[in-house]
Ligand binder design. Sequence first.
Ligand code: MRU
Length: 372
Amino acid sequence: MTVSHPVAVRWSEDGPAVELLDQTRLPGKVVQLRLDSAAGVAEAIRSLRVRGAPAIGIAAAMGLAVEVAAGAGGDAAALRRRLDAGHELLRRSRPTAVNLFWALERVRLRALDALGESVAAAVSAAAAEARAIAEEDRAMCLRIGENGLSLLPEGEVRALTHCNAGALATGGIGTALAPLYLAHDAGRRVRVFADETRPVLQGSRLTAWELGRAGVDVTLLVDGAAAFLLQQRQVDLVIVGADRIAANGDVANKIGTYGLAVLARHHDIPFYVAAPASTVDLATASGSAIPIEERDAEEIRRGFGRLTAPADVAVYAPAFDVTPAALITAIITDRGVVRPPYGPGLAGFAHASPQAGEPAGVEGASDERDAQ
Ligand code: MRU
């Protein structure tokens, strides 16, 4: 049975506004937010009310579009200033997920282009572009799911995932979770092990919640238990999302991902990364050039809403790490499955244009899918 998944971010039909599911309140409370300014959306991104690379991109695009809409009554010069200020505010919200910059640039360029015609044209062009980004992401998730299905084992599927790369992180059914959802929908037995994902628990609060809600068999483990799980061969594969994929195939993702990749290699278990074309950053040659966000030390010192460490202890708090391409078995994208060496396979992923033609050296991408 196909289930309806939670919607992380959507354009409000009720006036220019962005509707977000506040992920800081999950799993205890389902709270919808309605935001009508770039500042409000930037705060929501910074504080992880909306998170996950594709969802951040969609939210930022919509945040810029609502900011532009608020300038509908003014002249072209004022709109331009509003566009630039909103763009700057949103692009400073988080540094690692490249989808944010990609989506903002799409809306900015489209609005600027239409501004040559009129303010009203720029307002509607910005909104149309933001909505198109969301719609494209929904379709890309589905294709990632279809392309990833071929990598799942016959019979029962037992997968370990980290952080949340599901519906809550995207405009559709997720990236890493997409093949698992499709296998489940097709009636296959799917068992997902979800790392808790310290420090802010996206695995336990979000992944366990959305998988359980969808009827998928999910088992939660603390991050430190993953090594033993793999050693005991309780999973057939590890599958994670990505915040940015460099041109050589190095992948930035939630802190702890690199450790899982090392473990998977040690235990000879496939390690897959699933991501849309909008996460591929050809302008970044390798993982060492990816900016890594450092989170507030208080997220670790007060991990569970109370003091869990000496109040003044020094803290090391990178939000992401970089997994070298050499540890990745394959990268599952909406355009097909890319295998090592990743450079040639990823080279055709023209970053600013997710509609671009088929890259060379990519398995499982059909003309039919391209034509969609
Ligand atoms: O800090 P977060 O929750 O935004 O981190 C999210 C991740 O690391 C995800 O794995 C990644 O964005 C891929 S989401 C499809």
